[in-house]
Design a protein around this ligand. Sequence first.
Ligand SMILES: Cc1ncc(COP(=O)(O)O)c(C=O)c1O
Length: 419
Amino acid sequence: MTKLEQIVAAESKLLLQTYDRNPLLFVGGEGVHLIDENGAKYLDLLSGIGVNALGYGHPAIERAIVNQSRALIHTSNLFYHEGQAELARRLTERTGMDRAFFSNTGTEAWEGALKLARAHTGQLRSEGKKIGTKFLALEQSFHGRTFGSMSTTYKAKYREPFAPGVPGVEFVKFNNVADLRAKFSDEVCAILVEAIQGEGGIRPLTQEFFAEARKLADTTGALLIVDEIQAGMGRTGKWCGYQHYGIKPDITTLAKPIAGGIPLGAILCTEEVARAIHAGMHGTTFGGGPLACAVAIAVIDEIETEGLLSHVADVGDYFQAGLRGLAENHGCIKDVRGKGLMLAAELDNADLAKQTVAEMLKRRIVINCTSDTVLRFLPPYVLERRHVTEAIKALDEIFTEKGSAVGAVDQFAGGNNLG
Ligand SMILES: Cc1ncc(COP(=O)(O)O)c(C=O)c1O
């Protein structure tokens, strides 16, 4: 048995079978490439589902990990350490928010944001304001796997096996201003959006819908909460997706790329929201530990010193133009969407989308499919134009070969639409 076969056999007996993994064993990485057990290099256009912003083996991350792990890895939140305020300063300055709370993952940040909204509502009610506790979330949204996050996530397959979820959530039709207006009232404590939906298929909010959500929330004191876990931290060419719209949320959440692969999430909020939270109301053992904070600081500094926001915008435009060029020649591409290096090509059928992911893997290029028909590209920010050219050429070959003739899905078609 090969090492991979041994691992597959062991996992099938020992792990909860929550993943339908691709049969590949990665053991290393270098820049924008992953390296498998045989030393073969794969161009990674997914970066661990939008996490490895600086790619693999980046010296700034390695340095931060080595230095901080020699000094101090964990203290708990009962004591001070050097990293949290430093990181909070960087994040609040770049996002227009006032205060931060650090968690370990995206879903935890989102849970905290929901709790913060309910606490804020409680505060307003104690001050005599009439406001309810309902959440308005969007169709096709994805906010994570824990109970609150799952309950504000749209797709039934993520919620129904675990029903009943958290009550008090209503879904609004995506980008439908009339539906938003109809469902909004003083019963609502927060409107929940992703500036660009990720798992839902890389779907940007319209300016009109986003502005209306802000306006409606302001009429009652409800909060606008923007989940930037996938779109945030530079992926779209700005620190946050909402900055493309000139709209400021009351709360935003970050995670995925924030610490370049070390688990970390953040809730950022305004001073007005922060006044609803007091000592003991929320907490975490690991969140915002010295190691994760040191790495996140290094990631932000590297993004800035290397000018990676404008690089992401430039390479992203080039990538998007390449996908649009493909769409002109291949009728199977229904739509091309996204911003910066958060991109999608929507195909006209799910089989072809699965096969394309599998064929790309055979050509040693990692991509992913979400919402059944959407090819999703979330590469490291250090991607270069030549890598894009390589990917577009591979996609062109695959669509030329398969675009009109869809056959059986083979063993590489794994990867359930996660994250
Ligand atoms: C927009 C959004 N919110 C929340 C989450 C959940 O994050 P995590 O998987 O770190 O819990 C994800 C994960 O894909 C996401 O894309």
